[in-house]
Write a protein that binds this ligand. Structure first.
Ligand SMILES: [Cu+2]
Length: 147
């Protein structure tokens, strides 16, 4: 089979359009991505953000990758009486046209065993892995507090 230049052009444009559409549909909007500065001596950090799913279908985060740290996990803080504990989540569902808040005292990404101390103002990239197989990289900033 022989392709003319126009065939190739149409094919390539088709692929490009297809990739862009997939990316735009898949990405969840992220606002206010930050990592809380750990107190001296602490070996863990927590990352927070607001996730907004503008699509008509649910999107599910099934994993987090972080170059900065040996391990990154989705956690939920639970408070029962005067006891606080953390539960590991296998996945985090962002319902259609809804927002999910990762914030102190609730949902967070736990960053364990940082390869070096995550200092103030440091920028850290985390990659969210979704159940449909795509990934989304987000830049977080290390701050003392949310604002
Ligand atoms: Cu945690």
């Amino acid at each position: 089979m022989k392709f003319s230049f126009n065939n190739w052009r149409a094919l390539l444009l088709g692929i490009a359009a297809c990739c862009c559409a997939a990316e735009m549909q898949a990405d969840v909007r992220v606002d206010n991505a930050w990592i809380k500065l750990a107190p001296p001596g602490a070996a863990v950090n927590a990352a927070y953000m607001q996730l907004s799913n503008q699509q008509l279908y649910a999107q599910t985060i099934v994993g987090v990758n972080a170059d900065c740290c040996a391990m990154a996990m989705l956690h939920q803080m639970q408070i029962e009486g005067d006891k606080a504990s953390m539960v590991h989540l296998d996945e985090l569902v962002i319902p259609p046209q809804s927002s999910v808040q990762l914030a102190p005292g609730g949902l967070h990404i736990m960053l364990m065993q940082p390869r070096e101390k995550l200092a103030l103002d440091r920028k850290v990239r985390l990659s969210l892995k979704y159940s449909d197989g795509h990934s989304q990289t987000i830049e977080f900033v290390v701050k003392k507090d949310e604002q």
